[in-house]
Design a protein around this ligand. Structure first.
Ligand SMILES: NC(=O)c1ccc[n+]([C@@H]2O[C@H](COP(=O)([O-])OP(=O)(O)OC[C@H]3O[C@@H](n4cnc5c(N)ncnc54)[C@H](O)[C@@H]3O)[C@@H](O)[C@H]2O)c1
Ligand SMILES: [Zn+2]
Ligand SMILES: [Zn+2]
Length: 371
């Protein structure tokens, strides 16, 4: 079938709309008509060349929509189901079986492979050019084929325009605190970067009972929102010495946990320096910047840890309904992060995200959708 998609043709190129051919549905796939999709910073990180990806491709990995067709090998999903789309996983490797599908042995080939694992493409142009895929979804398109493991079903009263970004940015922030750091009640945490991932991490810290929650950013408007959403302290790193201020807040002890969502070299290093003895840092940005650490003075002497957390180490099918429940209970008001844009305005939405104006842009692909 023909689909409308926002294609990126190379590093630093804008999104350009094209009509593409969507591949035939495979037995283990489901066709979804996209209603809305978030733009995650990772989409733009690829577009801007901060992580390797071969173009042309259709990015987008925070899709939400309605099931149109179900492959013959899929049993738990029906036509008409409302779905939120996260990453794909194999469901039978030892990591999947142990409940950490974000560590799936096939994670990279399934989500970053750009074509199916059997080598066939997801999209082609009429001249036969292969247009690549992302996260086994490519949600910047009107219709896509996904694996059953990409899918989390949601109730029909859930607004798919709000639910879309739960599948990456918000899930990652929440999961990093809950599953990655396993933040304990009464503990202290600092979140560097109050974008969608950082603010979700911060709200999860509040839900987890952290008693000192410090948010750091360079935008006062974002820090004000962080305060409204539960930060006990906010620091603008443009005007304040962050290390000194955190020492002051914690009576010179440092924090138990830190999360870096900025990917900035000096900030990632700082996220280790601010830790208390036995503190744990989770640097989770998609970045091409590196840090140098001395394993003795930066880690061992204070028994500190630095951990990698992918997609919040979450099982999307468990975490997405949980976040919706938190939202309904009023403790996870993530709708305050979202700004809706028409799909046709994808370049404006991306620019507003990169400038700091919009925290979480969500593109409305199907304007006829109502809850
Ligand atoms: N590990 C994962 O599984 C995973 C999943 C999703 C997203 N990510 C990554 O997480 C990161 C955050 O995503 P996001 O959507 O929240 O992005 P974002 O751009 O909205 O947020 C980053 C924030 O960092 C702030 N910032 C930038 N430089 C700073 C500095 N020097 N000091 C303090 N703050 C600074 C920005 O103002 C912004 O608010 C991105 O790199 C994204 O690609 C990782
Ligand atoms: Zn993402
Ligand atoms: Zn697996």
């Amino acid at each position: 079938m023909k689909v409308k998609a926002a294609v990126v043709n190379g590093v630093n190129q804008p999104y350009t709309f094209e009509t593409l051919n969507l591949a035939e549905l495979k037995d283990d796939e489901v066709r979804v008509k996209i209603v809305a999709t978030g733009i995650c910073h990772s989409d733009d990180a690829l577009r801007l060349g901060h992580a390797a990806y071969e173009f042309p491709g259709v990015l987008g990995h925070e899709g939400a929509g309605i099931v149109e067709k179900v492959g013959s090998g899929v049993s738990n999903i029906q036509e008409g189901d409302h779905v939120v789309l996260a990453y794909a996983y194999c469901s039978h490797c030892n990591h999947c079986l142990e409940g950490i599908p974000a560590a799936c042995t096939d994670w990279l080939s399934l989500n970053w492979g750009a074509v199916h694992t059997d080598g066939t493409p997801f999209f082609t142009r009429d001249d036969g050019t292969v247009v690549r895929n992302f996260f086994h979804q490519s949600s910047f398109a009107t219709h896509i084929n996904v694996k059953a493991t990409n899918i989390t079903k949601v109730e029909k009263d859930v607004d798919l325009r709000l639910a879309a970004p739960l599948a990456c940015g918000l899930m990652t922030g929440v999961g990093t605190v809950v599953n990655g750091l396993e933040a304990k009640p009464g503990s202290s945490i600092v979140i560097f970067g109050t974008g969608a991932v950082g603010l979700a991490a911060m709200m999860a810290a509040k839900i987890s009972g952290c008693s000192t929650i410090i948010a750091v950013d360079i935008h006062d408007a974002r820090l004000q929102l962080a305060e409204e959403l539960g930060a006990t302290h906010v620091i603008n790193s443009r005007s304040t010495d962050v290390l000194e201020k955190i020492r002051e807040i914690t009576n010179q002890v440092g924090v138990n946990y830190s999360v870096d969502t900025t990917g900035v070299e000096s900030v990632m290093k700082l996220s280790l320096d601010v830790l208390a003895i036995r503190g744990v840092a989770a640097p989770i940005a998609v970045t091409n910047q590196n840090i140098t650490i001395n394993t003795l003075t930066d880690l061992a002497l204070a028994s500190k840890k630095m951990i990698g957390v992918l997609m919040g180490a979450t099982v999307p099918q468990l975490s997405i309904p949980k976040m919706i429940e938190y939202f309904k209970n009023g403790v996870f008001p993530f709708d305050r992060l979202i700004q809706l844009y028409d799909f046709d305005d994808i370049n404006q939405a991306s620019a507003d995200s990169l400038s700091g104006k919009t925290i979480k842009p969500v593109l409305v692909v199907d304007k006829s959708y109502t809850v």
